[in-house]
Structures are given as structure tokens and as C-alpha cells.
Design a protein around this ligand. Structure first.
Ligand SMILES: NC(=O)c1ccc[n+]([C@@H]2O[C@H](COP(=O)([O-])OP(=O)(O)OC[C@H]3O[C@@H](n4cnc5c(N)ncnc54)[C@H](OP(=O)(O)O)[C@@H]3O)[C@@H](O)[C@H]2O)c1
Length: 325
């Protein structure tokens, strides 16, 4: 089994952040129960995970925080500082005056004094109100890059977010953000796996010193409603068989070899163990070539966040729904 100390770490640009372990555990599950999440996080801590991803929108902040506290009591963790915890600002809170209160609420849920990484969940701004999903199209409002990022910077200055970053940002969104940022984003968390390789965003982020984290690294949880092109990929299956690894491990290893940090969700202890065992073996040049030729298809789209009825009255969806391969 991979011990926590065997997991490589990535130093983020914001010096006060704990280095990010090179694989994270996701906690999005719909529907879920706090008990399931709490037990799964404890199992993940037992097998060696130290990097956890949640969001205000998932409803898993509280059980994640409870599991970290419980692990500290049990001596699995020497202290909370050993864990790397990411949470995210939901679209209804993407208003300058709501950013800091939202982070404080997330911290209350987590029972923590700081998060290691705070992300803007989407470059989408929705009228303030309770977190309802899907969002009504007519409630979308223009995204105030400068005002929201200033508030994120304040969260960092106050020490409540050791690092700040974004999620689901394309190069167009990053251009707008970087034009107004005083503190540059440390991370962009995007959908990435062998079926949606994100070459454009990765090249851009490499030049700008923004670390990329990959969500849905195993193709997600049938978010598109048509199965899973990663787990059902014949190319990945062939490579996995030849190596005596699972398809999941091949996908995670490929992401890691691209310099990206995969965030994989599993609530099953055996699969959690498997997802950590990606570090001390390699893909070959030929494997990488085959993977580079897999036809590309994005699964998670901004449009899926919205109710199909209703109208975009004040934003242009084409500003949000930019697909860059
Ligand atoms: N920023 C964003 O907008 C955004 C969007 C989506 C997700 N995320 C984050 O990224 C995390 C991961 O993405 P995801 O949840 O979409 O999907 P994922 O990690 O690509 O896939 C999760 C699915 O794969 C299964 N699985 C996990 N390990 C496996 C293995 N070794 N072999 C076979 N099946 C395995 C899981 O089932 P079991 O649990 O039964 O193992 C689950 O059904 C999320 O949980 C969330 O934290 C962020």
C-alpha cells in the first residue's frame, strides 16, 4: 500500500500553502449522506490520502472536516496541517461582498481555521440566493473578474486561504483574470482525462505558472448520462492489461505524467488504495502516443449547470461555454 509519505508533492506559487499531494480524493457524490462521506474520508486517510477536494455546493465540507478531526484524535494525522484541503466558492456567491463570508461559512462547516486552497468554482455569476441546482438561466449575471478576484486576494491576505485559484477557467477567462490580478491564481482545476486532454489550457497554465488539477480524471460519474468514455476506452484497456494495472490507474498515471494533479473520487477503500498506487511505475513512449490519439470529448459543460428552460437575459452563454481542446 502507498504510504502518505510515498506520495510526491507539488509546491504551489503561494509560499504559505502546504505543498499539494500529487493525487487528491474528490468528495462530490449526488445523492450522498454525511455518514458515507465521513467514512470514506477516514478510509482514504487510512490508506494514505492527504489531499481532499470539496465545495460549498457538494454539501460534503462538514463530514470531511469531521473525518479530519477524527483522524487527528485517532493519531492517523499528527495535526490538521498534514491534510491539504480545497473548497470552492459557488456561483451564487460570486459577488465581491459575499466571497469572504462564504469562505468563513465553509470554514465553519469544515471546523478549520484555514483551507489550503480556495477556488472560484466556475466563471459563472448567479444572483445571490440559496444554492439551487440546476441554476435558472435568467439568474446568470455578468462575471465581475476584478471585484471577485480582489475579494479572493483578501481571503489569502487574511490567511484564511493559504492559496487561491480558479476552476473551469479557459484561457479566455484566465486572460481576463490575469489582467486584473495582484496575486496570481495558484491552481486551475479543470475536467481532464485521456478523453479530454486540455492541451490548450495546460500549455497556457504552464507558461503562467498556474498548476493544473484534473477533476473527473476517471471520466466522472456518468455526468453526461451516456456512460464513461475513459473507463470503457479500448486503448486504455489494452495498456492496462499489458501492464497489469487497472484502467483507472493508467488514466491517473497519464495525468500525473503530464504534470497535473488528479482529483479522483472513490468512496470504496480498495479503489482508494488503487488510486494511490500510481507513482512507482511508468507509461512508455508508445503508451503515451496511443493515448495522445484518443478522440476528444468534453463531458462537463457549463450549460449543464442551468435549467434548459428560461433565457439568458444578461449574459452570453458563449462567454462561459468555451470549449478548448
Ligand atoms: N471543479 C469542478 O467543477 C468539479 C467538477 C466535477 C468534479 N470535481 C471534483 O473532482 C472529483 C473527481 O471527479 P468526479 O467525481 O467527477 O469523477 P472521477 O473521479 O473521474 O470518477 C469517480 C467515479 O469513478 C469510480 N471509481 C473511482 N476509483 C475507481 C477505480 N479505481 N476503479 C473503478 N472505478 C473507480 C467512483 O466510484 P466509487 O466511489 O464507487 O469507487 C466514481 O463512480 C469530484 O469528486 C470533485 O471533488 C470538481
Amino acid at each position: 500500500m502507498a504510504s502518505a509519505s510515498a506520495v510526491p508533492e507539488v509546491v504551489l506559487r503561494h509560499g504559505s500553502a502546504r505543498p499539494m499531494p500529487a493525487v487528491g480524493m474528490g468528495t462530490a457524490e449526488f445523492p450522498s449522506t454525511p455518514e458515507r462521506t465521513r467514512n470514506a474520508v477516514l478510509a482514504a486517510l487510512e490508506v494514505g490520502f492527504r489531499h481532499f477536494d470539496t465545495a460549498a455546493m457538494y454539501g460534503t465540507e462538514a463530514p470531511l472536516g469531521e473525518a479530519v478531526a477524527e483522524a487527528t484524535r485517532r493519531g492517523l494525522l499528527a495535526s490538521r496541517e498534514e491534510a491539504f484541503v480545497t473548497t470552492k466558492l459557488w456561483c451564487t456567491q460570486c459577488h465581491p461582498h459575499l466571497v469572504l463570508p462564504s469562505l468563513r461559512e465553509s470554514l465553519r462547516n469544515l471546523q478549520m481555521e484555514y483551507v489550503d486552497l480556495y477556488l472560484i468554482h466556475w466563471p459563472i455569476n448567479v444572483k445571490p440566493g440559496p444554492t439551487v441546482y440546476p441554476v435558472k438561466k435568467e439568474d446568470a449575471v455578468p462575471f465581475d473578474f476584478k471585484g471577485i478576484w480582489r475579494a479572493m486576494e483578501e481571503c489569502h491576505r487574511l490567511g484564511l486561504a493559504k492559496a487561491i485559484g480558479v476552476s473551469n477557467f479557459t484561457t479566455k477567462h484566465l486572460d481576463k483574470l490575469l489582467a486584473v490580478a495582484t496575486i496570481l491564481p495558484a491552481v486551475n482545476q479543470v475536467e481532464m482525462n485521456p478523453v479530454w486532454q486540455q492541451r490548450t489550457v495546460r500549455e497556457y497554465c504552464a507558461v503562467k505558472g498556474i498548476h493544473v488539477a484534473a477533476y473527473s480524471p476517471l471520466g466522472g460519474q456518468n455526468w453526461g448520462g451516456y456512460g464513461n468514455d475513459v473507463m470503457e476506452s479500448p486503448v486504455l484497456d489494452e495498456i492496462a492489461r499489458a501492464k497489469g494495472k487497472s484502467i483507472a490507474q493508467v488514466s491517473l498515471r497519464w495525468i500525473y505524467e503530464q504534470g497535473v494533479t488528479p482529483i479522483a473520487k472513490s468512496y470504496n477503500k480498495e479503489r482508494l488504495k488503487q488510486n494511490l498506487e500510481i507513482f512507482y511505475w511508468k507509461l512508455t513512449e508508445e503508451d503515451r502516443l496511443k493515448i495522445s490519439q484518443i478522440p476528444q470529448k468534453k463531458t462537463v459543460t457549463a450549460a449543464r449547470l442551468f435549467y434548459p428552460d428560461g433565457e439568458f437575459t444578461s449574459v452570453d452563454l458563449s462567454d462561459i461555454e468555451i470549449q478548448e481542446e
